[in-house]
Design a protein around this ligand. Structure first.
Ligand SMILES: Cc1cc2nc3c(=O)[nH]c(=O)nc-3n(C[C@H](O)[C@H](O)[C@H](O)COP(=O)(O)OP(=O)(O)OC[C@H]3O[C@@H](n4cnc5c(N)ncnc54)[C@H](O)[C@@H]3O)c2cc1C
Length: 503
């Protein structure tokens, strides 16, 4: 126990916890965040990776959410133009599902309620002549094309954590909250280092529960509450196949069951297909795609692509659980995607604020709403500030990505175009911190495969809390798609030696 009393203790290093920590520390509160595994190891690395208004939510009259999310698209793009960028979506018109007028009305609202400035508006496509029609079955002759955004979800989390730490927050990973109790007007929180087993007691004035799908578990287990049921757990899975099409646009496919799936250009060489929606009751540490979901995704995509999607095409899958606020909706796909914040305590009792639900897209607004509640208990400090503050590496113009790649190649002429692009996509202006004074590729040290060098891995260990090969291969980068099993094992052994668990 250090004797320090923090203003705010945040449980959970997903997008919501890290976004809240960043906003709070930037306003002048002292912040301690504990994540039991790796940053973004929960739902926040398992999303479809869209910064989107959510066209589909209009059908469920979620106008507040859709408007807020639409407005966030350009705000987030400006904050982090390395990891967030605009994407055009092609929605083929399919007879017998939704009438064309309904889609047109939805897209009209989409174009007009969300403060769009830089993103282009919707247009109609003749799929018989447009390149987007090429990989699809010829029966889709008409489509609508609209704007949304793409995000590297796991990196968005890490960059929020990095910025929070740069501003003075304590960010602990592999740090599990095992109990949180009120005592003497403060929270006394027990944190276990899951690698070394060391126990720490931390004191804070206010506790934020941003544990995502574990939010109820934290309340029932660590906080000791009875009869907890706030979230509905809904599993969503994705498959990754070798590139199905070369067009930079993504597809929005409607299914006969009323659901939709996306097919998105992914990591240069692949296509990402997802997602599913099914209630989940299993172990949260073992979420994995089911055979039924694989069949569903292959069949749904094959309704549209001329060349069917087969099981054998799949190179990777991932699955996550949405912690949706339980509003009693009957179907998983109908449960609200909006967030709900609930505060308890005050009047002498240290407060607890729980975050339920939410989207990656609205994380910054969720954090601002959380800070309004925090101010109520702890008194006001700074003003909202995150809308105009770039995330680490994102301090270049939103439309300046290509110029940034060229600048990096000018400074480091030994980088080929593909590597310079990859490093700029991941690290933005901070790529030069990773490359240091290297004059050749050899200066970047060991190559673990697919251009993943020792310099990059050392940067991730020193600056981004990477501890295991999995952190590096599947969350800080997606090099896992390119390394073979022996290369992965070699990286794992190297990291075990480099990052031993503290005694
Ligand atoms: C399939 C799918 C697709 C999605 N697609 C999109 C999309 O395209 N766009 C979009 O905007 N949103 C999307 N979402 C929603 C979005 O991913 C989630 O709303 C968001 O990631 C939730 O973040 P979180 O921080 O609340 O939860 P999490 O990311 O799960 O973070 C909670 C963290 O708390 C930690 N934790 C739990 N218990 C403890 C403890 N006792 N001690 C310490 N740490 C603890 C966990 O390890 C976890 O890392 C999607 C979700 C899913 C499942």
């Amino acid at each position: 126990m250090s004797g320090v009393i923090h203003d705010i203790f945040v449980i959970g290093g997903g997008i919501n916890g890290c976004g809240i920590a960043r906003d709070a520390v930037g306003r002048g509160y002292s912040v301690y965040l504990a994540e039991m595994n790796d940053l973004a190891s929960g739902t926040s690395s398992g999303s479809t990776k869209l910064i989107h208004g959510g066209l589909r939510y209009l059908e469920f009259y979620e106008f507040r959410l859709v408007r807020e999310a639409l407005m966030e698209r350009e705000v987030l793009w400006q904050m982090a133009p390395h990891i967030i960028w605009p994407m055009r979506f092609v929605l083929p018109y399919a007879k017998g599902i939704r009438p064309a007028w309904m889609i047109r009305l939805g897209l009209f609202l989409y174009d007009h309620i969300g403060g769009r400035k830089l993103l282009p508006a919707t247009r109609t496509l003749d799929m018989r002549t447009d390149a987007a029609g090429k990989p699809l079955k010829p029966l889709f002759t008409k489509a609508f094309e609209y704007s949304d955004g793409w995000v590297n979800d796991a990196r968005l989390v890490v960059l929020n954590a990095r910025d929070a730490a740069d501003r003075g927050a304590t960010i602990r990973t592999r740090a599990k909250v095992t109990s949180a109790r009120r005592d003497g007007g403060l929270w006394r929180i027990t944190v276990e280092d899951t690698r070394s087993g060391a126990i720490e007691e931390v004191h804070a004035k206010l506790l934020v529960n941003a544990a995502g799908p574990w939010v109820d578990k934290v309340l029932a287990g660590s906080v000791g509450q009875n009869d907890v049921h706030n979230v509905r757990l809904v599993q969503g899975s994705h498959i990754v196949v070798r590139k199905k099409f070369s067009d930079p646009r993504a597809y929005f496919f409607q299914n006969r069951d009323g659901r939709i799936i996306f097919s998105i250009p992914y990591e240069e060489d692949f296509t990402l297909i997802g997602t599913t929606d099914q209630d989940y009751q299993g172990d949260l540490a073992k979420v994995a795609i089911t055979d039924k979901e694989i069949d569903y995704l292959c069949a749904a995509a094959s309704e549209y692509f001329a060349e069917p999607v087969r099981r054998d095409d799949i190179v990777w899958t991932y699955s996550a659980v949405r912690p949706l606020y339980d509003d009693g909706a009957s179907k998983a796909q109908e449960a609200t995607r909006d967030y709900v914040l609930k505060a308890e305590g005050g009047h002498g009792e240290p407060p607890l604020i729980n975050a339920f639900g939410g989207k990656i897209t609205t994380y910054r607004r969720l954090a601002e709403s959380m800070l309004e509640k925090v101010e109520h208990f702890l008194g006001k400090k700074g003003k909202p500030w995150t809308a105009a503050a770039p995330l680490p590496g994102g301090d270049f113009p939103a439309t300046g990505f290509d110029a940034q790649v060229s600048a990096l190649r000018r400074d480091y002429p030994f980088l080929d175009a593909r590597l310079a692009r990859r490093l700029t996509r991941l690290y933005g202006t901070r790529a030069s911190a990773l490359l240091g004074d290297a004059l050749s590729i050899a200066d970047l040290g060991q190559n673990f495969g697919a251009d993943l060098t020792e310099a990059e891995v050392r940067y991730l260990i020193a600056n981004e809390w990477a501890v295991t090969a999995e952190d590096v291969l599947w969350r800080r980068t997606k090099r896992g798609l390119h390394l073979d099993a022996a290369q992965k094992a070699a990286l794992e052994a190297w990291m075990r030696a480099e990052v031993p668990a503290a005694a």
